[in-house]
Design a protein around this ligand. Structure first.
Ligand code: FES
Length: 86
């Protein structure tokens, strides 16, 4: 199984999964919180519309995890309240 890094930890994925799909398959259904109310966010629409699934990928913030194909060697950082969007 191939792996990429999430918050410094290796995460396995199946070829064809998105970053979001790999996170959900690993049991992570929420990986950031909103600035207002610190509400949990993960996948909502799954098609790139809602922006709930934002992560940082290879140092580039604001990436929609549901649109990023999982690839070995990616470095994914989940967003926090401080840098998250509503
Ligand atoms: S889950 Fe809606 S944009 Fe990714």
């Amino acid at each position: 199984m191939s792996r990429f890094s999430v918050d410094g930890e290796p995460l396995g994925f199946v070829e064809g999964q998105t970053v979001a799909a790999a996170l959900v398959a690993a049991g992570r259904v929420a990986w950031r919180t909103t600035r207002v109310g610190r509400r949990p966010r993960g996948v909502f629409c799954g098609i790139g519309v809602c922006f709930d699934c934002l992560v940082t990928v290879d140092g580039v913030g604001g990436q929609r995890a549901c649109l990023i194909p999982a690839r070995a060697g990616l470095t994914v950082t989940t967003r926090t309240q401080e840098d998250g969007d509503e």
